[in-house]
Ligand binder design. Structure first.
Ligand code: UDP
Ligand code: MG
Length: 326
């Protein structure tokens, strides 16, 4: 198997037929052995029926059906776990990432790059707030993390089997794949593209999912927020110390001390606020620690048309990588 294409699916009934046609056209034109690995992430529409039908018609269509919605990053992870290609492409189902680009990604990969990601030049049909928050997030993240997470890049990319095998060994429960892949290293490059509009349906990324995703990215790759609370603590203590001096001075020297109520309230509220923020940030990290300690399975597959042998081959790939390392 030369190429696996991993596609997470959440309520994409309006996109699956066209996606399949366009993908199939591109892949057949590339003269490679390919498979499509669809992961149905608890869709509530007809997506799963469509996938089953495709799987019956075309044996190169594989699917996993989750027992519920586990989220985009987990769906992609499951797809990577079960795909067997020497190279693996991750692509969104809504045709925002043009399948036609896969040929270019594959060509660059063949030149010797283990990871070729697609970087968005323009994003059509997305709201101002989404674009603005995404831009802000990626810039913030690159400032506070020590690894180079490429700007304006989603998960649309091609990866060598080597990279996927390493990824499968990274056990964290809160996936931030684009960061993990940067962290893994190897030779990485990118091509640029204009992001299209979503073909049909609506985004499955609600703002609450986006915030969770952003927090996962930050907490997985940066201790900066924790350091920030320490810094804020020092700053506030410094200011408080000056205020104490001032209070003592008013009390003992000028005798003008009853008017201090306002400043007292201000400092109590201020310090209280800083403390709550600090506790909140620590809580975010502790919550993630506790999730990882629980060691629950990352996802539950209710149904699939992939077979044991394939999973077995993946295990073999993992083993080979370990052997190569020794
Ligand atoms: N998706 C998923 N699970 C979710 C949300 C989204 O598998 O909980 C899939 C979705 O079907 C699509 C991809 O992830 O293939 C990207 O999602 P979407 O287009 O909704 O996000 P956006 O492009 O708006 O950021
Ligand atoms: Mg989309």
């Amino acid at each position: 198997m030369d190429l696996s294409v991993v596609i997470p699916i959440y309520n994409e009934e309006g996109n699956i037929p066209l996606l399949y046609d366009r993908l199939k056209g591109v892949l057949d034109g590339m003269k490679v052995d390919w498979e499509m690995m669809f992961v149905n992430d608890g869709s509530r529409d007809k997506s799963m029926e469509l996938l089953r039908e495709l799987g019956r018609r075309d044996p190169r269509v594989k699917y996993l059906d989750f027992s519920r919605n586990f989220g985009h990053q987990i769906a992609v992870t499951a797809g990577l776990d079960h795909s067997i290609g020497k190279a693996i492409v991750i692509i969104d189902a809504d045709l925002q990432d043009p399948p036609e680009l896969i040929g270019d990604l594959y060509a660059r990969h063949k030149e010797g790059f283990e990871v070729v990601y697609a970087r968005r030049r323009a994003r059509k049909g997305e709201g101002f707030l989404k674009k603005f928050t995404a831009k802000l997030f990626y810039r913030l993240l690159s400032r506070i993390t020590s690894i180079d997470i490429p700007l304006d890049t989603g998960d649309f990319r091609i990866m060598d089997r080597k990279v996927v095998n390493v990824l499968k060994q990274m056990p964290e429960q809160h996936k931030f794949l684009r960061g993990q892949i940067s962290w893994i290293g190897f030779r990485q490059t990118y091509i640029e593209y204009d992001r299209d509009q979503r073909h049909a349906g609506e985004t499955g990324y609600t703002y609450s999912k986006m915030i969770r995703f952003a927090l996962d990215g930050i907490t997985s790759f940066s201790d900066y927020p924790l350091k920030l609370t320490t810094m804020a603590g020092f700053l506030v203590s410094g200011v408080a110390f000056l205020l104490i001096l001032y209070a003592l001075y008013s009390r003992l020297v000028t005798g003008d001390y009853e008017k201090g109520w306002a400043s007292e309230m201000v400092s109590i509220l201020f310090i209280g606020g800083i403390q709550l923020i600090g506790i909140g940030i620590i809580g975010e990290y502790i919550a993630r620690i506790s999730h990882n300690v629980k060691q629950r399975p990352l996802y539950i597959v209710a149904d699939s048309n992939t077979n044991e042998k394939q999973t077995h081959e993946n295990e073999k790939g993992k083993k080979e990588l370990e052997d190569n390392r020794d």
